[in-house]
Design a protein around this ligand. Sequence first.
Ligand code: PMP
Ligand code: GLN
Length: 383
Amino acid sequence: MHYPASKLPQVGTTIFTTMSALAQRHQAINLSQGFPDFDGPAELLQRVGFHIAQGANQYAPMSGVPALRTAIAAKVLRCYGRQVDADSEVTVTSGATEALFAAISAVVKPGDEVLVFDPAYDSYEPAVTLNGGRTVHIALQPPTFAIDWAQVRQALTPRTRLIILNSPHNPSGTALAAADLQALQALVEGRDLLLLADEVYEHILFDGAAHQSLHRYPALAERALIVSSFGKTYHTTGWKVGYCIAPAPLMAEFRKIHQYLTFSTCTPVQLALADYLDAHPEHDAQLPAFYQAKRDGFNRAMAASRFRFSPAQGTYFQVMDYSALSDLPDTEFAVWLTERAGVAAIPLSVFYRQPPAQMRLVRFCFAKQDETLRQAAQRLAGL
Ligand code: PMP
Ligand code: GLN
């Protein structure tokens, strides 16, 4: 039997799975894969149990339960002043991962080029490849990871169909500023270009900064599929519920993919999220202070270490430079750190097609209990 050649020959096991497994094997403190080591709000957890007991255990509507779509539309209006139609422009998905895959599959045709900014979240490129598209990579340079919009303009060709953006940005912890969105607006004007905005960390932004959502920019939103995830906002990454918002014609195409990828998303969890969004609209607004305290606590303790860093602007990831400590490439350093120091981290080079030379950066997840962070920092400061 000859098995067919791989459709994704470059793809192996993701760095998140690899590092979490290594952390477990060495009983290291796992600051690698991004997930909280604490639960979401008790009331939210209870609502899932409630809806299961009430018998909400069959298929949800394909586009998502109406109450949740309505709550999402209300949130978008509250946070960004944009009115979206809950029936035709919002779809609930099984995590942002599904939304990203469905969005890319809905719009990328064979031969299309898709612009991605490296370091790029790992799920974008395989989806483009499977749809016959080609990713064009623009490498952002540490420490600022700023986008050079003149370079982006130069990378555009008649085949460019889609630009994928992610802000606040995983893994760098940076965020786009209003000037970036204005530059993007000038860039897309008059072009048949679509945008895919990965905004899963939309509510985790620090030092008083406002999230520059594409929802705020009508000229961008009219051509954008905007993705978010409840996993990040409600400390429930394992529930895998996210959503996509797009203008109705784009959303119709998105749903053609979504209905055959998963058809629908876990019913009692959707109902519980709808209840919680309605009852606690203040939750989103409290998240920055919650995570900023963790960022600052971790960074204060790490000031005693030989790692160098500037504080993350958003997300629950802190990037740190270890060049004062080791000359190892980052993938090897991350393994060394896990095995020898008992703290697991994520190397940054794996998110680049061509990593900057001599980049010595790892990413630590600070979505952890204060005691976990204290212990991790203590181990790292001793190196
Ligand atoms: N995009 C980015 C940038 C992420 O960090 C994540 C979280 N792992 C996802 C998408 C996927 O989100 P979800 O867990 O909801 O599928
Ligand atoms: N987004 C998470 C991270 O960046 C990981 C999600 C996953 O394991 N696929 O760590």
